[in-house]
Design a binder for this molecule. Structure first.
Ligand SMILES: [Zn+2]
Ligand SMILES: [Zn+2]
Length: 611
């Protein structure tokens, strides 16, 4: 669950109070409204509503906002009260609030409403996991009362500036077989200025939404019959994915990585021995075959690679071993969280590698990984990133293994980061179950912090799976493993990078690099001459041996229309060709920044110098 990054508790209370004010307004307009949960989220709040056969649309927002402003003006105090849970259950029944009733029943039964999909904070319910709840708290303002643990501002006038943003369908508690509710979203800030600034940023981000760009640039599509979170890459998307994969393979092979290919499913035995079946089973798709054998669809490559290690490594002379793979993995993400290419069920093509090392090799190899991150991000002009070193919270039960080994590994990684001169922060309690990790953090177009890639140290699984090597002392030892994915998942990186570049991919990565646009049919032969001149031109940077991807638009359409179509696809280089260009043996070169004439015999040089 994403952490809520609120500037202050005050802002949190404002946003939360606005959820109540919005619910108050909704209840006044639709007295039979049934309420789900109304949590604070990043930049604002929402409330899940069941309005029977009333479907909200943006047209309803002004009226709801006006009603909210009335409630704000009336300065109703927020008053807290407590009730034994039995009475609260009666309250929910009397007020015909079946969703609240369900939450209260959960609380009474198990002391928690924590399902995998929602935590208690989102539910806005007082709960201490596992312990019996006897009393629950309510907050009232004016005519509205809500099951809630707060906090709230003192009264309705103290809520800053807000705006309703959208309404979307949301399954109750995020599960598809539950009723669908309407989730009404608002944003809120302490001041009008901050709100306006945020709205302006949102407007800017709209043009960068990778889901819209993916559609416009014909990169990917999602088909309901194939399934949610299972994007289909279109021809242009497939070109981008393959270029990214080739580029990574090129630099990894130059650094001594060996590529392997392993199946995308494995017998459950493999995941039992790796520990994933115990720690990760909810996130894995399962297959029962006709012989009643259970298989898991790989959520990660590691266990397969560990089996290759057994085959490839005998002694310390075989280390470090660097195995890399780009196969499509699948993870069972909840349907409510799926987003374009950024959050998918699959394929998740990790730009994955496992580096098996002796403890003595760990620091140097980790520094090499850091320098590969740096090199690759330079190529993509990603410079606003930092490293986050995640160490376990030793008090939490998810922690497993030898504390001393964990501390030692954490220290080595910290040293590596320091020696490398990396800009890093430390976070406790974010580590994987098998060891400390380093995430590469950046901000997305909305300024939200996000991980783009990760590198982890595995202290546990090599031992658990019995991986060994014979050291110079003739004794058997367990190797350590560095898991690293420089681009993270290639699909996710595509989504991130489309947003970063607003769809203007760098020349080497553009699925269609050059489009020749004819002014009329008289230049057909000249177009052949241009095509001839550019065929066989090999681009070398950063991807070696790459032929130019060129098309010709000689449709019987106006030049204006041809240009518009090409610009819609954000093709980096347009060559506009008319009879005069033919006579002068030149072309009009149009790029994102402007237009210029280039002589035909200088065109190759012009293109090979493009970035
Ligand atoms: Zn509340
Ligand atoms: Zn791994």
């Amino acid at each position: 669950m994403a952490k809520i990054d609120n500037k202050s508790e005050q802002l949190y209370a404002m946003r939360h109070s606005l959820a109540h004010i919005m619910a108050t307004a909704v209840q006044q307009k639709w007295p039979k409204a049934k309420f789900g949960v109304g949590p604070v989220i990043e930049n604002g709040f929402y409330y899940d509503l069941d309005l029977g056969n009333v479907t909200l649309s943006e047209d309803d927002f002004p009226a709801i906002e006006q009603e909210m402003q009335q409630i704000i003006k009336q300065n109703q105090p927020f008053e807290k009260s407590e009730m034994p849970i039995d009475e609260a259950i009666d309250w929910a029944k009397e007020n015909n609030q079946p969703y609240k009733l369900e939450l209260l029943n959960d609380l009474q039964r198990s002391g928690t409403t924590v399902a995998k999909d929602l935590d208690s904070e989102e539910l806005g319910v007082a709960s201490e996991g596992g312990t019996k709840v006897e009393k629950v708290s309510f907050y009232s303002n004016g005519p509205f009362t809500d099951l809630c643990r707060g906090p709230h501002v003192a009264s309705t006038s103290k809520v800053g500036a807000f705006k309703l943003m959208k309404v979307a369908g949301a399954y109750w508690r995020g599960k598809e077989d539950n009723p669908q509710m309407q989730r009404l979203y608002g944003v809120a800030f302490e001041t009008k200025e901050e709100l306006d600034k945020y709205l302006a940023m949102l407007e800017e981000a709209k043009g960068r939404d990778h889901r819209l760009l993916g559609e416009q640039l014909q990169i990917f599509t999602i088909n309901e019959d194939v399934g949610k979170g299972l994007p289909l890459l279109m021809p242009r998307g497939s070109v981008v994915k393959s270029l990214l994969g080739r580029y990574m393979r090129q630099i990894e092979e130059a650094e001594g990585y060996s590529y392997v290919d392993t199946p995308v499913i494995a017998h459950e035995r493999l995941y039992q021995s790796s520990g994933h079946a115990q720690f990760y089973s909810e996130d894995m798709f399962t297959i029962i075959d006709s012989e009643d054998q259970k298989f898991y669809v790989s959520p990660m490559n590691c266990p397969h690679h560990h089996k290759l290690y057994e085959k490839l490594v005998i002694s310390y002379n075989d280390l470090p071993l660097k195995l890399a793979e780009q196969s499509g993995l699948y993870r069972h993400e909840l349907s409510g969280t799926l987003t374009g290419l950024i959050r998918v069920r699959g394929p998740i093509t990790q730009n994955d590698a496992h580096i098996y090392v002796t403890p003595g090799q760990l620091k140097d190899e980790f520094i090499k990984v850091l320098s590969m991150f740096k090199k690759v991000y330079e190529v993509f002009a990603i410079d606003d990133y930092w490293y986050r070193l995640s160490l376990p919270d030793f008090d939490k039960d998810k922690f497993e293994g030898d504390k001393q080994a964990w501390r030692a590994a954490g220290d080595i990684i910290r040293q590596a980061l320091e020696e490398f001169g990396a800009d890093f922060v430390e976070a406790e309690g974010e580590a994987a179950f098998y060891g400390p990790k380093v995430d590469i953090q950046t901000r997305n177009v909305l300024g939200k912090e996000d991980s783009i890639a990760t590198s982890q140290i595995d202290l546990l699984v090599p031992t658990r799976m019995g991986l060994t090597y014979v050291d110079s002392d003739n004794n058997e030892h367990h190797p350590l493993v560095i898991h690293r994915a420089i681009l993270g998942s290639i699909e996710r990186f595509m989504g991130f990078y489309l947003e970063k570049t607003a769809g203007w991919l760098p020349f080497w990565l553009a699925p269609e690099q050059v489009r020749v646009l004819t002014i009329n049919d008289s230049v057909k032969e000249y177009v052949d001459q241009i095509r001839e001149a550019l065929s066989g031109v090999i681009l070398m940077q950063p991807l070696k041996y790459n032929e130019i991807r060129l098309t010709v638009d000689d449709r019987n359409e106006s030049l204006g229309k041809k240009i518009r179509d090409a610009v819609d696809l954000k093709i980096p280089l347009l060559l506009i060709v008319g009879p005069r260009d033919q006579a002068n043996q030149e072309v009009s070169v149009r790029t994102q920044v402007g237009e210029q004439k280039v002589k035909l015999d200088q065109l190759t040089e012009f293109i090979t110098n493009l970035k």
